[in-house]
Design a protein around this ligand. Structure first.
Ligand code: F3S
Ligand code: F3S
Ligand code: ZN
Length: 104
C-alpha cells in the first residue's frame, strides 16, 4: 500500500528525528511511522529500494538503519527536508510509492 496522501490530517506527530517530524503510530522495530512532513517517507512502505537517494538532486536523503524491521533493515530518511526543490524525482522513482512531497 502506498503512503496515505492524507497522512497529515489523519495521523499525529509522535516525535522528532534528525530535525523532522515522525507521524505515528510507531511500535519499533515493526511499525516505524512516517518521517518528514513536506518530504514524507512512510517507513512502513519503504523497502530500501534506494532509487530516491540517488535521484534527489540536492542529496536530501540519508540511509537510516532499522534492524529488526520485517520489510527492510534500512530506510530513506529525509534528513535535509528543507533543502527540497520540489523536483518530484523521488516520488516518481520510488517503486512502492513510499514518498509524498508537498510543495508550499
Ligand atoms: Fe529531492 Fe524529492 Fe525534493 S528528489 S528535491 S526530495 S522532491
Ligand atoms: Fe525506500 Fe522508495 Fe527510497 S523504497 S529507499 S523510499 S525509493
Ligand atoms: Zn527520520
Amino acid at each position: 500500500m502506498p503512503i496515505d496522501d492524507s497522512f497529515a490530517s489523519k495521523r499525529k506527530v509522535v516525535g522528532q528525528h534528525n530535525g523532522h517530524n515522525v507521524w505515528g503510530p510507531v511500535d519499533p522495530p515493526k511499525v516505524l511511522g512516517i518521517h518528514g512532513t513536506t518530504v514524507a517517507v512512510d517507513w512502513d512502505v519503504c523497502n530500501a529500494d534506494g532509487s530516491c537517494i540517488t535521484a534527489c538532486p540536492v542529496s536530501l536523503f540519508d540511509w537510516f538503519e532499522t534492524p529488526g524491521n520485517p520489510l527492510s533493515e534500512k530506510k530513506a530518511d529525509p534528513a535535509r527536508e528543507s533543502d527540497c526543490i520540489f523536483c518530484m524525482a523521488c516520488v516518481n522513482v520510488c517503486p512502492v510509492k513510499a514518498i509524498k512531497v508537498t510543495s508550499p
